[in-house]
Structure formats: structure tokens, C-alpha cells
Design a protein around this ligand. Structure first.
Ligand code: HEC
Length: 303
């Protein structure tokens, strides 16, 4: 006797297939959801974790220059080249920034037309606070540099803003730097998405290849740091702003952080940065944050 096995009807077949498809797509969704869950924290850490960036950045330079003491990174080319260090010691017997300091102190103490002074604009009367600039300002949602704070102080007190690059601005920042000597950079990124975004933009700027030569700040101040480029020894990016403002023999005058960075930006033959533009301020925010822990050594002197 032959027992006829019931054959599956077409309809049943379709249902089985549909069932398989449903099970398959459920499985895919579960896997996707798990991947998503797993990747969210990882992604957040990858995208914006300034503290992890800073640790990796500093570890790179400490490993590259094992003989350079941490705070010596503030001294740029002098920290990484013995020959230059000797010349520097001689120059520093009569520091060429001294006249700027004298001028800056006189200006600092001189009241504005309304009777107020610079000290009235700053925390702790402006003493020993340079290491906390640039700052993220919640009210504007933007980064403010030390120069920006000085010019805002002037404008709010009815005075004209100063030139961002040199002259009195450099003298005043020299006074503020001097009162912060030995205090480690202490830049904060508050828990505000706009602050984090500013940091990210600054970081992107530092690593982005620009201009006719397709170079980034990192192209010259990270891997080749300590090497000779034409007549210069390339300063390591770690601590690179800690000695600002500087007297530079090449200029024959003082210059602010903005002036120094602008001359570098010109070297890459990219469009000049706006004096106090957002891209410039964000870049300074990133670079200063990378140097958290390195002591202020400004004002400085450079070839
Ligand atoms: C083509 C190579 C090159 C590029 C690109 C470059 N720099 Fe420089 N930078 C130099 C040279 C050369 C000097 C002078 C020697 C030194 O101190 O490194 C210098 C000096 C500096 C200094 C002063 C260091 C000190 O201790 O006196 C700062 C700050 C600086 N650069 C920032 C930047 C930033 C920010 C960028 C990107 C916008 C940048 N540089 C891009 C070559 C470069």
C-alpha cells in the first residue's frame, strides 16, 4: 500500500518562504540594532574626545623627544636644538621683549577715559590667568582669545580696539603672560555642544592640507618637528603657543599669537586668515587645549 504523502501546495510554499523572509529580516534587524547600540558609545568617543586626543598628542611628542623636559616644550626650537639653545641663553641676558613689558605695564595701569582699567575687565584683575585663554564664552557661543578679551574690554569701555598683531596688543599680552609664567595651560571645554564643535573645527584646521602647497600645520609641526627647514628648526606643536607673544628678530618687533600663526599660514600660500576670525580662534583653542599641562613661558624671543 502506498501512502501518498501530501504535497505542499503553492500557497503553503509561499507561506514558508515568507516566514523564512520574516525570520531573516527580524534577525537582520536584531543584528543591526545590536551593532547600533555597540557603535554609539564608540562613535561618540571617536568623534569628540578632546582628553583622549590630548593624551595621544602629548604621548607622541614625549616619545619623539625623550630628553626634552615637559615644560621645555614651551621653548619651541630652543627645546629641540642644542646649538640654538646656546645662542638663546646669550640673547636672554638682555631679553629683547623688555621694552614691550615696560610699555605694557604703563598702559595696563593707565585708566581709560571713563576711569576704568584693564584690570576691571578680568578675573583676578588679569593676574595669572593667561593660561586659561582661549576660552569658550557661553553667551556668544564662540571662542574668545586673550587678544579678543583685551579688545572687548577696550570697546566696552569706549576705547578703540587695538591692532591684533603687534604694538600695544603684544605689550599687553606680554604683561599678562609674564604674570602667568610657570602656570600650566588650563583650557576648558565646557559641556556645551558648541564648545565641542569649536574644538573639532580647530582640530580639523590643524590637520587639513591647504593652500597651493597642500600643507597643514601638522605637516611641519608634528612629524618633522626638530628638523631643519631652510634656516629654521621646526618647533614641536606641543607647547607651541606657551611662549607667546614673542619678540622675533626676523620681524624686528613683537608679535602676538595671531601674528605668528598668520605668518605660518602665509608660508603654506593659503588665503590669509582673518585677524580674529572664527577659524583662527578655533585653531588656537584646539592647539592650546593640546598643551594643557605645559607651563606658560611668555613673553618669548625667537630668531
Ligand atoms: C611649511 C612649513 C610650515 C607650516 C605648514 C606651518 N608652519 Fe608654523 N612654523 C614654520 C617655521 C619654519 C617656523 C619657525 C621655526 C619654528 O619655530 O618652528 C614656524 C613657527 C611656528 C610657530 C612659533 C613657534 C615658536 O616656538 O616660536 C607657531 C605658533 C606656528 N609655527 C604655528 C603654525 C600653525 C598654527 C600652522 C598652521 C596654520 C603652521 N605653523 C604651519 C613652518 C611651518
Amino acid at each position: 500500500m502506498v501512502i501518498e504523502m501530501p504535497t505542499q501546495s503553492d500557497g503553503e510554499n509561499r507561506m514558508i518562504k515568507a516566514n523564512k523572509r520574516t525570520r531573516f529580516s527580524v534577525a537582520v534587524s536584531v543584528v543591526c540594532a545590536l551593532m547600533l547600540l555597540a557603535s554609539v558609545p564608540v562613535k561618540a568617543a571617536d568623534a569628540t574626545n578632546p582628553e583622549a586626543d590630548r593624551k595621544a598628542f602629548q604621548a607622541f611628542f614625549f616619545a619623539k623627544f625623550p630628553k626634552v623636559a615637559k615644560d621645555d616644550f614651551a621653548n619651541g626650537p630652543y627645546a629641540v636644538n642644542e646649538g640654538m639653545r646656546k645662542q638663546w641663553k646669550e640673547i636672554m641676558e638682555f631679553p629683547p621683549y623688555d621694552p614691550a613689558l615696560d610699555e605694557g605695564h604703563t598702559e595696563w595701569d593707565k585708566p581709560f577715559a571713563n576711569g576704568k582699567t584693564y584690570a576691571d575687565c578680568f578675573d583676578n584683575k588679569g593676574e595669572g590667568i593667561r593660561q586659561t585663554y582661549p576660552r569658550f564664552i557661553a553667551a556668544t557661543g564662540q571662542v574668545e582669545t586673550l587678544e579678543g578679551a583685551i579688545n572687548r574690554c577696550r570697546v566696552e569701555n569706549g576705547e578703540k580696539p587695538l591692532n591684533w598683531m603687534t604694538g600695544m596688543m603684544a605689550s599687553l599680552t606680554a604683561v599678562m603672560a609674564e604674570s602667568s609664567r610657570g602656570k600650566p595651560f588650563d583650557i576648558t571645554i565646557p559641556d556645551d555642544p558648541r564648545a565641542l564643535a569649536a574644538y573639532e573645527r580647530g582640530k580639523e584646521f590643524f590637520y587639513a592640507r591647504k593652500g597651493q602647497l597642500g600643507m597643514s600645520c601638522a605637516s611641519c609641526h608634528v612629524s618633522p618637528a626638530g628638523e631643519r627647514m631652510r634656516g629654521d628648526i621646526l618647533a614641536p606643536a606641543l607647547g607651541i603657543l606657551a611662549a607667546m607673544p614673542i619678540y622675533r628678530s626676523d620681524w624686528g618687533s613683537m608679535g602676538t599669537t595671531i601674528r605668528r600663526i598668520s605668518s605660518c599660514s602665509a608660508q603654506t600660500r593659503s588665503l590669509p586668515l582673518e585677524d580674529n576670525g572664527e577659524d583662527y580662534r578655533d585653531l588656537e583653542y584646539f592647539l592650546s587645549y593640546m598643551s594643557n599641562g605645559i607651563a606658560i613661558a611668555g613673553p618669548g624671543t625667537r630668531p
